[in-house]
Design a protein around this ligand. Structure first.
Ligand code: IMP
Length: 430
């Protein structure tokens, strides 16, 4: 059976929700492998809107196993609230349908406070984070002082872990002018949620391996996008996890051979939230138009997304770093009505031409895009369900994108409706 990883191939917000939902209908297991509740996935099923942050998209579809892997950082209070909210919408969630890896690090309230305190300092350190404690929790994981799901099961271990974290955090907080953490209150809060959270705890690596052996179809659901990857993104303006496809294996405890198809989600233009370089950013009327037509507002923070032309250099790069087998091109209809479209095909840096984004931050900031122009189309592509429904210039645009990024289109999404999709290659096909 084929297992599929879905990753964002730009700066996130490529429209993964619809595609993941479309694929999850045919999956047996849907697993999150990185990130946390900084992600915002909106699913529309039979006219009902479901908003998910930490839960895998599979939860809203019956008969599937949803998994939160060890690569995720989990705010337990947020998770339990999200479960409650989704239950009120009539969705059944039980330990049989949701499993959380026992080795998943927990985001605690002081992680969010630290994240926001750092961001509030008007200094060079500002990243434009979601303020949800993602970075500080990953720091603690790597610093070997994080509290993990399994630690909640034994009170002596829990106290030990809390003390280890507090030594570090109280020193840090003193420097930032934040009050000391109330140890007793924190422990009481953790003890209070422990029984509920532990109901879902499982050795996910084992469950996943057994599911694979039993021939189940696994969908690995990525969050954010490859340009926010901690190693290969526009560092330091990135999130704190590996967002590229290889993380699907380490973030669930499976070997790399478990991945058969990597689907990169690519928006027909480019957006980014937060700070950082963005070579094709448009600050003119065209940028405004992309933002308005594409309804480019963050689902988690409500922030306006920065918009720009399609950058083929960046997507070629992320298709390489994620080993993308095929892309799902989304929001093509947002380009309807533009007389001329521009695609970035290279950069100019200090008089030289580059075919990739360099690593050094100063060079990234100085790269100017080299554009190729293409004629637009006046017809609507919204809701197209076959190539025959698309104007000739829209097909030319898609074909040119494929050529430039050196990767084929597997799916073309032409509206938020799940059936408005043109299928070229089925990622789940054996
Ligand atoms: P953090 O993940 O909250 O630490 O934020 C780090 C960077 O990643 C910021 O630029 C955020 O705007 C961005 N980011 C985090 N999650 C998402 C997402 O789901 N979509 C788009 N950008 C995101």
């Amino acid at each position: 059976m084929a297992n599929v990883v879905v990753v964002g191939a730009q700066w996130g917000d490529e429209g993964k929700g619809k595609i993941v939902d479309w694929l999850s209908e045919r999956a047996d297991v849907v697993a999150r492998f990185q990130g946390g509740h900084n992600a915002g996935h909106t699913l529309v099923i039979d006219g009902v809107i479901y908003k998910l942050n930490a839960l895998p998209s599979g939860v809203v579809r019956g008969g599937k196993l949803s998994v939160i892997g060890n690569g995720v950082v989990l705010d337990p209070w947020h998770l339990l609230k999200e479960i409650e909210a989704i239950r009120t919408q009539g969705v059944e969630i039980s330990p049989e349908t949701l499993m959380v890896a026992e080795n998943t690090p927990l985001i605690l309230p002081f992680h969010g406070e630290l994240d926001r305190a750092r961001e509030a300092q008007i200094s060079v350190a500002r990243i434009g984070t979601t303020g949800r404690g993602i970075g500080p929790c990953y720091e603690d994981k790597v610093g070997r002082r994080v509290i993990r799901v399994a630690d909640l099961a034994d009170d002596a271990t829990l106290e030990l872990r809390v003390d280890r974290a507090l030594i570090h955090h109280n020193a840090l907080r003193a420097g930032l002018g934040l009050p000391e953490i109330d140890r007793a209150a924190l422990l009481a809060d953790l003890r209070a949620i422990a029984p509920e959270l532990l109901r879902y705890a499982a050795p996910v690596w084992k469950v996943m391996t057994e599911a694979r052996r039993a021939g189940k179809r696994i969908l690995f659901e990525g969050a954010q996008g490859a340009l926010l990857d901690i190693d290969f993104g526009t560092y330091p303006f990135v999130t704190s996890s590996n967002t590229i496809a290889g993380q699907a294996a380490t973030g669930t405890g499976m070997g790399p051979g478990a991945i058969d198809f990597v689907l990169g989600i690519v928006k027909a233009y480019t957006t980014r939230v937060g700070e950082g370089p963005f070579p094709t950013e448009l600050t003119d009327a065209d940028g405004e138009r992309l933002g308005e037509r594409g309804r480019e507002f963050g689902t988690v923070t409500g922030r306006k997304r920065r918009c720009g032309w399609f950058d083929a250099v960046l997507v070629r790069q992320t298709c390489a770093t994620s080993g993308v087998s095929g892309i799902a091109l989304t929001k093509l209809d947002v380009l309807d009505g533009f007389e001329t479209l521009r695609i970035c095909v290279g950069y100019e840096l200090d008089g030289a031409r580059l075919d990739y984004l360099p690593t050094a931050a100063d060079q990234q900031a100085r790269c100017t895009p080299v554009y190729e122009e293409m004629p637009g189309w006046s017809e609507s592509t919204e809701g197209a369900r076959s190539w025959a429904d698309l104007p000739a210039n829209a097909i030319k645009y898609v074909r040119r994108v494929e050529e430039l990024i050196q990767c084929p289109v597997a799916l073309l999404s032409t509206s938020p409706e799940r059936d408005d999709t043109i299928l070229v290659t089925d990622p789940f096909a054996d």
